[in-house]
Write a protein that binds this ligand. Structure first.
Ligand SMILES: Nc1nc2c(ncn2[C@@H]2O[C@H](COP(=O)(O)OP(=O)(O)OP(=O)(O)O)[C@@H](O)[C@H]2O)c(=O)[nH]1
Length: 953
């Protein structure tokens, strides 16, 4: 499976929801803006899918159009940070109080105000100002009309006209409001957003009044309110001006001071908060207020009475707290807490310090994009943990994005990316855990030594591939190896006359070659294409040529069977040239030898040519590193357990090494070469049989030596988990048993199969053949294939993926049959590959006819064996489950592999022949024509009945 690339590697394509957030505009607005600008939108984008991605040009166009909003947002953020810092400072002076108020308050007014035209208001004040001062320009431009017109003209005028007088009278009650107004103004400005701010700011600076009236104007009550604001505005002005008189700290004067200060503060804040966007800020501020506001006792109550007049509850509450707090602080100060002051100073210093650290950390996080390395299908809980955020936050973000996720729900790649984005994480998926291994480590030039080439022989059927391999192998043995005949272990190494070594992959044909390549295991360095001289370049010859080209592996042509009288090598060379293979005899570069695999003619010089070609490749490896190899064959050996032939590709594999291979890990218990001699080490390009695997790996799996076994185990279990999760997610509700019916009734499109077999070769062959059965309606998928008995985990896998289990020359281990029955998993067992293929084909075509049905009657364990003269071997047995019948057929299963199938000759209890023996009883069994029964063997007895087959639904 191709490793998923990090999104950051791709050209930056921003998601719609991100752009929306970034630019502070609705997704709908973005979509329509893009349409207006003539962009072609894909379906997702056109539908406003928040995950749809924008091309960089679209993004640029949006930035151009809406950067103001984005700027505003950025400024707001900046300001928020400032405010947070200020709050943290929480100076004892009255100043902080207003700040605190300013924050919560704008929020409250902000919302209601936001909807109406916030902009018009600034306009309103602008008018009054016009008279007194310059700055009317902005107003006319923006000046919408509604509120502005109704409220603005008169009140504004009044406000200005009446200033001082009104104030003198109105002062007491209004004192409470100034803040409110100020805030109102703030919010108004906030809404005005963009341009007006600058203006507003200037206005504020010069004349505080205008801004306030505006604020009020915005608010519902026009007349009265306007009047008040003006008054307040003046007040503020006055206070500011007059207040030079100190005493701020004094208890008695506290109130007056406080208010004066509050007012000033608020005005100062106005332009900043003017940038604020309503809701978020509100929440934040409320929280802030809650946090900053000390548990001041009767704060609320204390403050309220003064303010009852004006109806802004939110404000009152918060400001009351602050007021109360200030009062307390000031009183404390006044009562002469010198030590307190120092303590406060210290506290402030500490706070500053903490704030600085926090800021630095934030900055750091912002600067370096956070990358999350996770596997697909992790649960929401795990994702939250990986991001170090509370899981409910992740869930609620999910809701916000329209995703209903629960804590244990497994998430697909898109959901993970989306959620992680929300927390500013980039996601890197670990599809292949191998990525985590340090395989990429380059070998130093000086560590590299040359290694033998690894060669695969390919060609058309019957052109002599096997004969050539056999000849080479035998010739090699004859050449003086004392180890005896080489065994078929999937690969072997020979030594040429020049004392050079060549490793051959012992599986002729391109199936094995492509099967490995399909798994990303490029083992072969060189291909020998065999063509029979008495035949022609055939389809599979062309396939072989194409395979070697696709793999970018050089080829050497062997024109075989030249001993045959009908041999016509020239014709073959000409035909090869037609395929673009120019052999050297034809002036081309491809080396070619005319051979006879049967009697060995020119095989030596063929090997020389192979060696020459290999020399050009300058193949090297570093024997001084941990071994890395590829499994070329794996099988279940009766005595040794799982045996895997590993072709070491780099480094050295040693006995005792800890390794991970496929989904399993372990230690190399022992190693044997192709002559079955025990070896302690295996260097580059050496094929070796590895013992000590807990389960059979797949052909093409990489075996990687790890420093510690624990590490290897972790990787294996991660892989298992990944496979499990992926399988769960790829669940298809299809079973072979229902296949025909489902094809007809439900039009199902997938048939999942778990293939188990006795040797890797047959498993591969069967799997490949089954895969090829896919037709237009139904695709065959091999969800798992492996060597060995059918285990519970196979059944569980089949359950998870609704698969059928096909066993070739293997049987379910004890108890598994019962589980399969309970789970309604169909296990089909075969001894002939062709039968399996035919059955599946029939099932796929919905043609399976009723036939014989085999029913297993018992499982029997051989506990002792006795040799009796005439009778042969008697198996002293125990019936584990079921009931053995005298006429039952039987299979002998050893280590999960069927070694014999036949019939029961005699069935006895004590010395009597019996018709049947039930579970829990002992009996003596002899098998017709078979005596090689061993203790530990299992008999599986069965009867064959003429019944409709399961598949013939
Ligand atoms: N006369 C002659 N016969 C050969 C030679 N090489 C192979 N044969 C015969 O050709 C037949 C097929 O040879 P194999 O080696 O089985 O061919 P293959 O390409 O391995 O065939 P598949 O495994 O079916 O793909 C056998 O009967 C061989 O004895 C040769 O050099 N000369």
């Amino acid at each position: 499976m191709p490793a998923r690339r990090r999104r950051s590697d791709q050209p930056k394509r921003v998601q719609l929801f991100k752009a929306s957030r970034e630019l502070n505009i609705a997704t709908d607005t973005i979509v329509s803006a893009l349409k207006d600008r003539g962009f072609e939108l894909d379906d997702k984008l056109a539908a406003g899918d928040p995950n749809a991605r924008l091309d960089p040009e679209m993004h640029d166009a949006l930035i151009e159009a809406y950067s103001d909003d984005a700027d505003a947002k950025a400024r707001v953020r900046e300001r928020r940070q400032q405010i947070a810092a200020e709050e943290a400072d929480e100076t004892p002076e009255p100043t902080p109080a207003p700040v605190a108020e300013a924050k919560p308050e704008p929020v409250a007014p902000a919302e209601p105000v936001i909807q109406p035209p916030p902009k018009p208001e600034p306009v309103a004040p602008a008018e009054p100002v016009v008279e007194t001062a310059p700055a009317p320009e902005p107003a006319p431009e923006r000046a919408p009309e509604p509120v502005a017109e109704t409220t603005a003209p008169e009140p504004a005028a009044e406000a200005e006209a009446e200033p001082t007088a009104t104030k003198a009278e109105a002062e007491p009650p209004k004192t409470a409001e100034p803040v409110a107004e100020a805030e109102g103004a703030t919010s108004a400005e906030t809404k005005a957003a963009e341009a007006p701010k600058a203006e507003a700011a200037t206005v504020d600076a010069s004349t505080p009044e205008p801004s306030e009236p505006t604020a009020e104007a915005t608010e519902p009550a026009s007349g009265t309110e306007t009047a008040e604001p003006t008054a307040e505005a003046k007040k503020v002005g006055e206070l500011d001006a007059s207040e030079p008189s100190p005493e701020a700290d004094q208890g008695g004067v506290v109130r007056a001071n406080r208010y004066g200060l509050t007012g000033t503060k608020v005005l100062g804040k106005i332009d900043i908060s003017g940038l604020e966007t309503g809701r978020r800020r509100k929440r934040k501020r409320n929280n802030d207020a809650a946090e900053t506001a000390p548990p001041a006792p009767g704060a609320k109550d204390g403050g309220k009475p003064t303010r009852t007049k004006k109806g802004k509850k939110g404000r009152k509450g918060v400001s009351q707290d602050e007021v109360q707090k200030n009062v307390q602080e000031t009183l404390q100060k006044a009562s002469g807490g010198g030590s307190k002051r120092t303590r406060q100073k210290r506290r402030r210093a500490r706070r500053d310090e903490r704030a600085a650290i926090r800021e630095a950390r934030q900055q750091e996080l912002l600067e370096q994009a956070q990358v999350l390395r996770v596997m697909e299908f992790i649960s929401t809980g795990d994702l939250a943990e990986a991001m170090n955020v509370p899981v409910n936050e992740v869930i609620s973000k999910g809701f916000g994005l329209g995703m209903m996720v629960s804590i244990n729900q497994r998430l697909d790649a898109d959901s993970i990316t989306l959620l992680a984005d929300e927390f500013d994480y980039e996601v890197e998926f670990m599809e292949d855990v191998e990525e985590e291994l340090d395989l990429g480590e380059e070998d130093a030039e000086e560590d590299l030594v040359s290694r033998p080439p690894i060669v695969t022989i390919m060609g058309h059927v019957d052109h002599g591939k096997t004969s050539l391999l056999d000849y080479i192998r035998q010739a090699n043995v004859v050449a003086g190896e004392a180890g005896g005949i080489t065994q078929h272990i999937g690969a072997y190494q020979i030594t040429t006359d020049e004392d050079k070594q060549i490793t051959f992959l012992d599986t002729p044909g391109h199936e094995a070659f492509t099967a490995m390549r399909a798994r990303g295991a490029q083992v072969t360095d060189l291909v020998i294409v065999v063509v029979a001289a008495d035949d022609e370049v055939m389809p599979q010859t062309i396939e072989a040529i194409n395979h070697s080209r696709a793999a970018e592996v050089p080829m050497v042509v062997a024109i075989n069977k030249i001993d045959r009288p009908t041999a016509n090598p020239d014709k073959i060379m000409a035909q090869l040239a037609e395929q673009g293979v120019q052999v050297e005899q034809y002036g081309g570069k491809v080396q070619c030898e005319l051979i006879s695999a049967l009697n060995g003619t020119n095989v030596d010089s063929l090997l020389e040519k192979v060696q020459l070609e290999a020399d050009l490749l300058e193949l090297t490896a570093n024997p001084d590193r941990y071994g890395i190899g590829t499994v070329v064959e794996s099988r279940l050996d009766k005595g040794r357990g799982v045996v895997a032939t590993v072709l070491v590709q780099n480094g050295t594999l040693e006995e005792g090494d800890a390794y991970v291979v496929g989904l399993t890990s372990g230690r190399v218990r022992a190693m044997f070469n192709e002559r079955d001699e025990r070896v302690k080490v295996a260097g580059p390009s050496t094929p070796v049989q590895v013992l000590g695997l807990s389960s059979a790996p797949d052909v093409g799996d990489r075996l990687i030596v790890m420093e510690e076994e624990r590490e290897a185990r972790e990787i294996a279990s991660k892989r298992q988990q990944l496979i499990r999760e992926q399988t769960l997610h790829q669940r298809r509700h299809v079973t072979l048993a229902d296949l025909s019916r489902k094809i007809k009734l439900e039009g199902i499109t997938n048939l999942n199969i778990v293939v188990k077999g006795d040797v890797g070769g047959s498993v591969e062959a069967l799997s490949d053949a089954l895969l090829k059965l896919s037709n237009e309606e139904v695709a065959v998928q091999i969800v798992h294939s492996g060597v060995g008995a059918i285990t519970e985990s196979d059944v569980m896998l089949a359950v998870a993926s609704d698969a059928v289990i096909i066993g070739f020359q293997v049987r379910p281990v004890a108890g598994v049959r019962a589980i399969a029955e309970r789970e309604e998993i169909d296990i089909q067992l075969y001894s002939v590959i062709y039968d399996a293929i035919e059955d599946v084909r029939d099932a796929l075509e919905g043609l399976l006819e009723p036939e014989e049905k085999e029913t297993v009657t018992s499982t029997v364990e051989v506990r002792e064996t006795f040799k009796a003269p005439k009778v042969g071997t008697i198996a002293g047995s125990y019936v584990v489950e079921g009931k053995v019948g005298r006429d039952d057929k039987l299979r002998i299963v050893r280590d999960g592999v069927v070694i014999y199938q036949g019939v029961i000759d005699t069935l006895r209890r004590f010395k009597d022949d019996v018709k049947e023996v039930a579970a829990g009883y002992e009996c003596g069994i002899t098998v017709k024509n078979y005596n090689d029964i061993k203790v530990g063997d299992q008999f599986e007895t069965f009867v064959v009945t003429e019944e409709k087959r399961k598949l013939a639904v």
